[in-house]
Structure formats: structure tokens, C-alpha cells
Design a protein around this ligand. Structure first.
Ligand code: ZN
Length: 317
């Protein structure tokens, strides 16, 4: 039985809207100051995380998923690992975009998963905003306003602050605004349809490719947003806040000051340490934890203890 947490090394992605906060806030060795994303728990082909401890060290999470299903509480694992955890540094506005659902991703893109995602705001500058939703009643109305460039009228802006949480189902028009750092838990998909990029040009004077037709096809009309029901639970010195429990994932914010013993069991847990320091103890062995660490707690670990002054984002299927 595999009795230890599986620590993962992040994969960095350069983006024109990226910055250096993944280094300044999390201590990551980013490749340059246009680093937009750290894929911290990933089995996606476009950025697979590698395991950096234990007997699986040097393997990818994707390899562990296909070769050791018992770690994920399964007898067999068919298809791709379903989840992806990222930290994003939006040093500039991201393009206004939308993602497809599973059926569209499979039929049109030949990819296994669409993209339902959720965001926890780790840090943001004063007066930060996101775009979340649109004001069109129908697809025709949406298309008409897109063609006319009525962006301020069409797009809904929402002010955000540190600690906010957003559930973003596939089909939701959205954009993360400048100055915001988020932890994103999502289906393991890399399909994005850009609707609007603020008419920005890169150093060579080129605009970014848009995918307006696909975006119009996958957007939900009219926009609907139901804030998920939040549930709080105390386990030892841990305050566990369940932020969302939906079809593809359940996500918790864990704030610990002291110790807690096995506060949650699921087939496997994906854990990102977003603040503080401490340790996790499994089978009498202690593993240090600090802000920026990411690990999977496999199904083969039936009991564990966490101690310290820590905030963690925790997700499972
Ligand atoms: Zn998105």
C-alpha cells in the first residue's frame, strides 16, 4: 500500500498577460516575467506535472493515473485524469472567453473533456474586476451585439476581493481582470474560445486569434449564475469550508491553526497549500508543507494528520 502524499512539480506557461507574482508570492522558479500560469496539479498533455517524491518520483501524474488506478480509488482508469489545478497571475486582462461542455469538446474538438472551472481569489489589487456573464437574452441578440462591438453593454463586470469564489460552468462568458491572482480548479481541458481581446496588439502588431463562431455556439443564453451553497465544518483545529459541490468537482477551503486528524476522505484529494507552513503526517512519517506546495493524497492513505498554521485548497472528483 502506498502510504505517502504525492508531491508534484508545477509546469509554467508563458502568457502575454502574465507577470512575476508566481515568483514573488509563491517562490516558484518561473522562466520569465510573462509567466501567466502554473499548472500545479496536472495530467494534461499540454503541461504534465511530475512526481517529486517517493517510489513514483520522476513519473508524471498521467502515468500514475494509467498505471496505478488504486491510488485514485479505482480498479481501472479509463480515459484521461479528469481534473487540473492551476494558479494564474493576471498582470493584464485576460481575453473575454468561453469554454465548451463535454459533448461539444468531444464532437467538435475530439477532446475528452469540456471545461467547467472555478476560481478562488488568492490576491488582488484594489478595484479589481472580472467579467462574469453577458446581458443578451438570446443567441441572435448576443451575435448582434458582438458584431456591433457593444462590449460595455454586453459584458457584465463584477468587482472582486481576496477570498472570493466563483463557480464558472462551461458556457459562461468570463475574463479574469488585471491584478488578480487566482487558484483555478477545472476539468482537465485546454479548450478556450476567445470572443474579445480589447483589440490588443502584440509587439509585432498582431491581434490574437478570436473564435467568435464557436463562442456563440457554446455560450449559455441567457446567462445564469447560481452561487453555490457554502457549508462549514470544524474538525479539530480545522475550519473546512466547502465552496462548491457540483458534477465535476467538490472544492474546500481549509484553514488550520493547530492540528486535525483525517478531516476528509475521498477517493483521492488534490491539495494546494496557499498560505503558511506545517506538516502532514502519514503512517508515522512527517512531510513538511509550505505555501506553494501541491500534492495528491492517494486513496491508499486511510488516515492522516495535518498540523501547523496553514490555508489549503482541497479538491476531489
Ligand atoms: Zn476560463
Amino acid at each position: 500500500m502506498y502510504q505517502e502524499p504525492i508531491f508534484l512539480t508545477p509546469v509554467f506557461q508563458e502568457r502575454i498577460w502574465g507577470g512575476d507574482k508566481l515568483k514573488t508570492l509563491f517562490g516558484y522558479s518561473i522562466p520569465n516575467d510573462l509567466t501567466g500560469e502554473a499548472w500545479v496539479i496536472s495530467a494534461h498533455k499540454n503541461g504534465p506535472s511530475m512526481i517529486n517524491n517517493g517510489s513514483l518520483q520522476g513519473q508524471s501524474l498521467a502515468q500514475a493515473w494509467s498505471e496505478h488506478p488504486s491510488l485514485f480509488g479505482k480498479e481501472t482508469t479509463e480515459g484521461d485524469f479528469p481534473l487540473l489545478v492551476k494558479i494564474l497571475d493576471a498582470n493584464d486582462n485576460l481575453s473575454v472567453q468561453v469554454h465548451p461542455n463535454d459533448a461539444y469538446a468531444q464532437q467538435v474538438e475530439g477532446e475528452p473533456y469540456g471545461k467547467t472551472e472555478c476560481w478562488y481569489v488568492l490576491d488582488c489589487e484594489p478595484d479589481s474586476e472580472i467579467i462574469f456573464g453577458h446581458r443578451a437574452e438570446t443567441q441572435e441578440d448576443f451575435k448582434r451585439r458582438v458584431d456591433a462591438g457593444q462590449w460595455d453593454d454586453l459584458l457584465m463586470s463584477v468587482p472582486v476581493k481576496k477570498g472570493d469564489f466563483y463557480y464558472v460552468p462551461s458556457g459562461t462568458i468570463h475574463a479574469i481582470g488585471k491584478g488578480i491572482v487566482i487558484l483555478e480548479i477545472q476539468q482537465s481541458s485546454d479548450i478556450t474560445y476567445r470572443v474579445y481581446d480589447y483589440d490588443r496588439k502584440d509587439a509585432e502588431g498582431n491581434t490574437r486569434e478570436l473564435h467568435i463562431q464557436s463562442a456563440i455556439e457554446v455560450t449559455t443564453y441567457p446567462h445564469s449564475s447560481n452561487a453555490p451553497e457554502i457549508e462549514e465544518q470544524i474538525v479539530g483545529d480545522l475550519v473546512s469550508t466547502r465552496l462548491v459541490k457540483e458534477q465535476y468537482f467538490t472544492v474546500y477551503d481549509w484553514k488550520l491553526n493547530g492540528r486535525t486528524v483525517t478531516p476528509l476522505q475521498a477517493d483521492y484529494l488534490l491539495v494546494s497549500v496557499v498560505n503558511g507552513t506545517g506538516q502532514i503526517i502519514v503512517d508515522g512519517r512527517s512531510f513538511p508543507l509550505k505555501k506553494g506546495d501541491n500534492f495528491m493524497l492517494p486513496a491508499t492513505v486511510s488516515s492522516y494528520e495535518i498540523a501547523g498554521d496553514l490555508e489549503m485548497m482541497v479538491a476531489h472528483e
